[in-house]
Write a protein that binds this ligand. Structure first.
Ligand code: SF4
Length: 366
């Protein structure tokens, strides 16, 4: 990686601080884009003494088997078009994945935005269009906006199956994990443009861990790493913002208001981690006509009858990888039974998944 003079100074600063701290440091990035950037720019190998761990920051990776099974069941219903992002097609559930459902005759279509799904509902009035809406706080305002729009236009053949997840409650749960060994957190830039810095304050105030909201370039990540080590060296913990061009302490009030109007906190099932209270977004009661979980409640009530086990694939360690307890190479299926061409677990599906990134850039032993 070619680095400028300022970043070169920061690299030297990191090395100096590591010497002063005097022990190896474990930092967790909670964003799939950070994971890829760290690998792509060779940052893992740049600092002897820093181990970067990938946390639950890739939306595809954290989507549970159970939620994929539910989407598959909905897609099998007569007259349904299930619309979702391309990455979701190969995420495994116990009933297979959405690619397989499509091969078996379900009408599953890839969209590039939530708005595409609404356009589909406008164009296909005789069909029931369901948007399988995944992701963190970053994509939730878009989903809220299309519910708003569908309601305004009186569109009746459209609903959203929301499996949106919230980063701060997951981090709170993660910090209570026995055996978790993390010295500091690189917090996600995109999510933080929406929610701001304040929802993370418990990380420092209650858990005593340094945290820095970081941008995505190599320079951003190096700069944020220096800030984290600076806190550690000074024996303090705070939530700081490196990504100041995009993140404000209060977040984006308009986006937050839109989310608040249409969504409410709900329990969410995180792949390999389990159910975390209030860590997801359910559609508010007043908009239940747009809530696929309600519209298709009868179908979803028959999960067991349909043979859904909703368990993780045998041998898959995604849960441990997403909690920083294992690196991907420590999963016995990594690179053998599980590869990007033939993924067993969700962490190998998306390019932002930690296992896929390890496979592409790191390989065993990193
Ligand atoms: S290598 Fe595959 S099976 Fe193992 S944890 Fe990663 S995604 Fe799961």
């Amino acid at each position: 990686m070619a680095i400028n003079r300022q970043t070169d100074r920061q690299v030297k600063g990191i090395r100096m601080m590591l010497g002063e701290i005097g022990r190896p440091v474990r930092l967790m990035e909670v964003c799939g884009t950070h994971t890829v950037s760290i690998f792509r720019h060779g940052l893992r190998g740049m600092f002897e003494g820093i181990r970067f761990l990938s946390g639950p920051g890739c939306p595809v990776c954290v989507t549970s088997s159970e939620d994929v099974d539910r989407a598959v069941l909905i897609s099998r219903e007569p007259g349904v078009i299930l619309a979702t992002f391309g990455d979701m097609m190969r995420v495994p559930g116990s009933l297979g994945n959405l690619d397989y459902a499509r091969a078996c005759g379900a009408d599953v279509r890839i969209v590039y935005s939530a708005l595409d799904a609404l356009r589909m509902a406008r164009a296909e009035r005789t069909r029931r269009v369901v948007f399988f809406s995944t992701g963190f706080e970053t994509t939730a305002p878009g989903a809220a906006a299309i519910i708003h729009e569908a309601r305004k236009e009186g569109i009746k053949n459209f609903s959203v199956y929301s499996v949106h997840k919230l980063v701060p409650p997951a981090l709170r749960a993660l910090l209570s994990t026995p055996g978790l060994d993390v010295d500091g957190f690189l917090l996600p830039g995109h999510v933080s443009t929406i929610i701001g810095a304040r929802p993370y304050e418990f990380i420092a105030a209650d858990k005593g861990k340094p945290a820095v909201i970081a941008g995505f370039s190599a320079e951003d990540i190096i700069s944020a790493t220096l800030m984290l080590l600076g806190q550690m060296r000074q024996g303090r913990a705070a939530v700081e913002v490196q990504y100041q061009t995009a993140v404000r302490a209060e977040g984006n009030p308009k986006a937050l208001a839109l989310m608040e109007e249409f969504f409410e906190p709900a329990s969410a099932n995180w792949r390999g981690i389990g159910t975390i209270p209030a860590s997801g977004l359910g559609i508010r009661e007043g908009f239940s006509g747009f809530d696929a979980a309600k519209v298709f409640a009868g179908v979803l009530g028959g999960m067991e009858r349909a043979g859904a086990a909703s368990s993780e694939p045998p041998g898959c360690s995604c849960g441990d990888v997403l909690r920083g307890l294992k690196i991907p190479a420590e999963c016995r299926l990594f690179g053998k039974k599980c590869t990007p061409e033939s993924p067993v677990g969700a962490c190998m599906v998306s390019t932002e998944g930690s296992c896929a990134a390890y496979y592409k850039y790191g390989g065993p032993g990193r």
